[in-house]
Design a protein around this ligand. Structure first.
Ligand code: VAL
Length: 458
C-alpha cells in the first residue's frame, strides 16, 4: 500500500512539529489534575507502580500502533480502519476493526465534554490569580472557595464556554502553526515550573510522608482489583490512547519518520510530567493536612495553599494555572481534531464548519457534567459516581482500553508480521519482534484480565 493521502490533507511542517504536537496532546490535565487525584484515591505508591508497568507493557506498544496505523492510512481514526482493514472498503460496516475507530471518536467526544469543564475551572483560577483575588486565602479557605464556585450553576459554564471557544478557534484555523509553535515554548516552561514547585514542596514539612505515599508501596493495596482498572484507564487517558488522537496526528505525517523514537519520547515525557506533578502535590497534601483521596478537587485545593505559603507565591500561582491551561488547551485541541477530522471526511464538511458544529455539540454535552457539581449533584450513574465522574469512567476505563485492545489485535494479528515491522520503522529487529509479541499476547490478556477482575465495578 502506498502512502497516498487524501487530496488537500494537511501535513505537519516538520518531524519536531509532530512530536511536539503528540506531546502536547499527551501532557495535559491528565498528568496533573487527574493523575494526582486518582493516585490519591488508589493508595499512592502501589497504584503508581502498576501504572508504570502498564505504561511500558501496554501503553507504549499501543502508542506505536496508533502512530503506525495513522501514518499508513493517512486518514482519520475511523477512516484509517476502513482503509487498512483486510478487504478495505468492501467490508460491510460493523466490521470488527472499525469499532476501535468509532469508539475512539466517541471517547474523544465524551472526554472533551468534561475536559472542557475542568479546564474552565483552571482558567477561572488563572483569572483569579490575575486579579489577585486568590493571592491570600478567602475567609473560609480555598476548599470552600472551590466548592462554592463549582457548585454554582452559571459561573463554571461561562469559563467552560470560554475554554471551548479557544479550542474551537485553534482547530478552526488549522493545527499547524498555532499548536506547533506554542507547544515549543509553553511545554518546557511548564516542566521547569513543576520542578521548581516540587523542590519547594519538599521543604514544606510534609515531604517525608508525601514521598512515602508516592514511592513506598503498601503491597496489600495490590490485592484490590480496582487499582488495576484505575491504572489502566489513567495510562490510556494520559497517553491519549484509544481516543483516536495519535492515529489522527500520525495521519498528518508524510515522509519517512522514525516512529519508535517519537513514541518513546512521548510516553517518557508524559510519565515524567506525572511523576513530577506527584512530587509537587503530595508533600503539600500532607503538609496542609488534606486527605489524599479527596477526589477531583485535589489540585484546586492544595496548590493555592502552597502559593499562599510563600512571598510572591501568587506570581507562581498565576504561572501555574496559566501553563496548566495551556497544557489543557493543546490536549483539548487534539481531542477536537479527532472528531473534526472524522466529520470533515464523513460529511464532506469544511474544517471551519466541522470545528464549529462539533465543538459546540461537545460544549453542550459538557453542561450536565458541569451542573453535576451543584444542582445535579444528587444524580449518580455508575457506582455512586456523579455525571462527570461517570462519563469519565465509561470513556476512560471502558472505551479507551477496549479500543486499545482492538488496536493491539489489529496490529498484532491483522497485519502481516513483515508489514507491521516495516510500517512501524522497527524493521526486522529484536525490539520490533518484542513489540509484536506484546501486542499479540500480553496487551490483550492484560486488558481482559483487568476487565474481568473489576467486573464488580460496573
Ligand atoms: N492525554 C491528555 C491528558 O492527559 C488528554 C488528551 C486526555 O490530559
Amino acid at each position: 500500500m502506498s502512502r497516498k493521502h487524501e487530496p488537500g490533507r494537511e501535513q505537519w511542517a516538520s518531524r519536531l512539529g509532530f512530536i511536539l504536537a503528540a506531546m502536547g496532546s499527551a501532557v495535559g490535565l491528565g498528568n496533573i489534575w487527574r493523575f494526582s487525584y486518582v493516585a490519591g484515591e488508589n493508595g499512592g505508591a502501589a497504584f503508581i507502580l502498576v501504572y508504570l508497568v502498564m505504561i511500558i507493557l501496554i501503553g507504549l506498544p499501543i502508542v506505536m500502533s496508533e502512530f503506525t496505523i495513522g501514518r499508513k492510512a493517512q486518514s482519520d481514526a475511523v477512516g484509517a480502519f476502513e482503509k487498512l482493514s483486510p478487504g478495505g472498503d468492501r467490508l460491510a460496516p460493523g466490521e470488527p476493526w472499525k469499532a476501535a475507530g468509532i469508539m475512539g471518536v466517541a471517547a474523544a467526544f465524551m472526554i472533551l465534554s468534561f475536559y472542557g469543564v475542568i479546564a474552565g475551572w483552571i482558567v477561572y483560577y488563572f483569572f483569579n490569580y490575575l486579579t489577585g483575588n486568590l493571592w491570600t486565602a478567602p475567609a473560609d479557605g480555598y476548599g470552600a472557595f472551590f466548592g462554592g464556585f463549582i457548585s454554582s450553576p452559571g459561573q463554571p459554564l461561562f469559563w467552560q464556554f470560554l475554554f471551548m471557544a479557544l479550542t474551537i478557534g485553534i482547530v478552526f484555523v488549522g493545527v499547524k502553526k498555532g499548536i506547533e509553535r506554542s507547544n515549543k515554548i509553553l511545554m518546557p516552561l511548564l516542566g521547569v515550573l513543576l520542578i521548581v514547585l516540587s523542590i519547594y514542596g519538599l521543604t514544606l514539612g510534609g515531604a517525608q510522608e508525601g514521598l512515602a505515599f508516592l514511592f513506598s508501596p503498601d503491597w496489600s493495596a495490590l490485592t484490590n482489583p480496582n487499582i488495576y482498572l484505575a491504572a489502566l484507564g489513567q495510562a490510556f487517558f494520559s497517553l491519549s490512547l484509544g481516543m483516536g488522537a495519535l492515529i489522527t496526528y500520525g495521519s498528518y505525517l508524510s515522509n519517512k519518520e522514525k516512529l519508535p523514537g517519537a513514541a518513546v519520547s512521548v510516553a517518557g515525557l508524559d510519565t515524567t510530567f506525572a511523576i513530577i506533578a506527584g512530587i509537587m502535590i503530595f508533600p503539600a497534601v500532607f503538609a496542609f493536612g488534606i486527605e489524599p483521596g479527596s477526589g477531583p478537587g485535589l489540585v484546586f485545593v492544595v496548590m493555592p495553599d502552597v502559593f499562599d505559603s510563600f512571598a510572591l507565591g501568587g506570581v507562581f500561582g498565576l504561572l501555574f494555572f496559566f501553563l496548566l491551561a495551556a497544557a489543557a488547551l493543546t490536549s483539548a485541541v487534539s481531542l477536537l481534531e479527532v472528531a473534526v477530522a472524522y466529520f470533515m471526511r464523513k460529511f464532506a464538511w469544511s474544517r471551519k464548519q466541522a470545528a464549529l458544529i462539533v465543538g459546540s455539540l461537545i460544549f453542550l454535552l459538557g453542561i450536565p457534567s458541569s451542573l453535576s457539581q451543584g444542582v445535579l449533584s444528587n444524580i449518580s450513574i455508575i457506582g455512586g459516581r456523579d455525571i462527570l465522574d461517570s462519563i469519565d469512567f465509561i470513556a476512560s476505563n471502558v472505551f479507551l482500553p477496549l479500543g486499545g485492545l482492538i488496536i493491539a489485535l489489529f496490529m498484532g494479528w491483522g497485519w502481516k508480521k513483515a508489514d507491521a515491522l516495516r510500517d512501524s520503522d522497527f524493521g526486522n529487529t529484536r525490539i520490533g519482534h518484542l513489540w509484536l509479541f506484546l501486542l499479540r499476547y500480553i496487551v490483550p490478556v492484560a486488558i481482559l484480565a483487568v476487565f474481568i477482575s473489576s467486573i464488580r465495578e460496573f
